[in-house]
Design a protein around this ligand. Structure first.
Ligand code: NAD
Ligand code: DAU
Length: 352
């Protein structure tokens, strides 16, 4: 079996669902269920003996040590993190606690387990750390896309905490020989995405007749990847990646934010026209920029494609249409995640 952390979040949840759709290998899913963790995402696994859910913190070394000894997983895949840049700006403490201290404790528990495994299992074991392109910093318009050998230049509390965790993972390989793999992925989108992030926020605000907030001039560029393509990349790296290596994951889909928002508006105009017949773009509102806002991210995924033969299945055009349709079809999931603490965050971040 494998142990997944953060498997009730956006990418981890999609990963667990995809894993169990394609294999009978059981998953222990360890998640703290912060505001971003949502068991509704995993409803279809109710009663499925292949999925064992444990509510716990990756920083709880004692509990993880016990879980590892009991279940003897062949791999640990670490998705658990605080993941929202805006929250890291208004409250960086949790980011240091989970992303840095939590990853350290997880690594120590895993090292204790791995170091006493019989030789064959020890060789085959993998610790896969899921990270982000944001650790490389910000690109100018004409800079080449990030490669694995770019310097780390993180700019936000979030990206600095992820960079720190990547360095810990690297050191645990270099010093202790732990067989680690790190993936650095670009912006994901797709089903079960928590609506504090741009794409789901815009879909839901549009449908609710609310403003669509564009930070600054809206010309910041992100490189979008459909979440299921990220999941397939992680499965491939787990299967064939070389311990100690890092792999960039991206979809070759660079878009300025304003274009992403206008695309969503155009799809909604077709699938769910406004009652007054006006276009959704009329709801676009330019708001104060994010402090320290990175201008451009772009991933060069050549290494993953060349060495491991991975390619994304979706283009931005196919993936974004599926995503908008999923939100239109998934009102129960949306209702549950947009209650209580979500509303508090929205009024704190965007005001009235
Ligand atoms: P998310 O915020 O949707 O989910 C994070 C999950 O981790 C939640 O279920 C949460 O409850 C859990 N969690 C948080 N702190 C925990 C702790 N201390 N112990 C155990 N569980 C904890 O995040 P996501 O968007 O799914 O991102 C998953 C991972 O992928 C993160 O490491 C993130 O840095 C990385 N990543 C995300 C993107 C993206 O575009 N979303 C892109 C590249 C990399
Ligand atoms: O690049 C990978 C990263 O992508 C991941 O590591 C992070 O976990 C993930 O949250 C994401 O970070 P971003 O900051 O790029 O994503 P977000 O959806 O918050 O914002 C996307 C862009 O849209 C960014 O330039 C900020 C802008 N934005 C965002 C929000 C929430 C707006 O213009 N308005 C908004 O209301």
């Amino acid at each position: 079996m494998i142990l997944v952390t953060g498997g009730a979040g956006f990418i981890g949840g999609n990963f667990v669902l995809d894993w169990l759709a394609q294999s009978d290998e059981p998953v222990i899913n360890l998640d703290k269920l912060t505001y971003a963790g949502n068991l509704d995402t995993l409803n279809s696994l109710d009663g499925d003996a292949r999925h064992i859910f444990v509510r716990a913190d990756i920083g709880d070394r004692e509990l993880i040590t016990k879980l590892l000894a009991e279940h003897q997983p062949r791999a640990v895949i670490n998705f658990a993190a605080e993941s929202h840049v805006d929250r890291s700006i208004s409250g960086p403490g949790e980011f240091i606690q989970t992303n840095v201290v939590g990853t350290f404790n997880l690594l120590e528990a895993v090292r204790g387990y791995w170091s006493v495994l019989p030789a064959e299992q020890k060789d085959a074991f993998r610790f896969l750390h899921v990270s982000t392109d944001e650790v490389y910093g910000s690109l100018e318009l004409n800079d080449p896309a990030f490669r694995e050998d770019n310097n780390y230049e993180p700019n936000s509390p979030y990206s600095a905490s992820k960079a720190a965790s990547d360095h810990l993972v690297r050191a645990w390989h270099h010093t202790y020989g732990l067989p680690v793999l790190t993936t650095n992925c670009s912006n994901n989108y797709g089903p079960y995405h928590f609506p504090e992030k741009l794409i789901p926020l815009v879909i839901l605000n549009a449908l609710a007749g609310k403003p669509l907030p564009i930070y600054g001039d809206g010309m910041q560029i992100r490189d979008w990847l459909y979440v299921k393509d990220h999941c397939s990349a992680i499965r491939r790296v787990l299967e064939a990646g070389k311990p100690g290596e890092t792999y960039n994951v991206g979809g070759w889909n660079e878009k300025p934010n304003i274009d992403v928002v206008k695309t969503i508006c155009a799809i909604l105009d077709q699938l769910k026209p406004r009652a007054d017949g006006k276009p959704y773009v009329e709801q676009i509102t330019y708001v104060t920029d994010r402090p320290g806002h990175d201008r451009r991210y772009a991933i060069d995924a050549t290494k993953l494609e060349r060495e491991l033969g991975w390619k994304p299945a979706e283009t931005f055009e196919t993936g974004i249409r599926k995503t908008v349709q999923w939100y239109l079809d998934s009102q129960d999931w949306v209702q549950n995640v947009t209650s209580g603490s979500y509303r508090e965050w929205v009024s704190k971040q965007y005001g009235a």
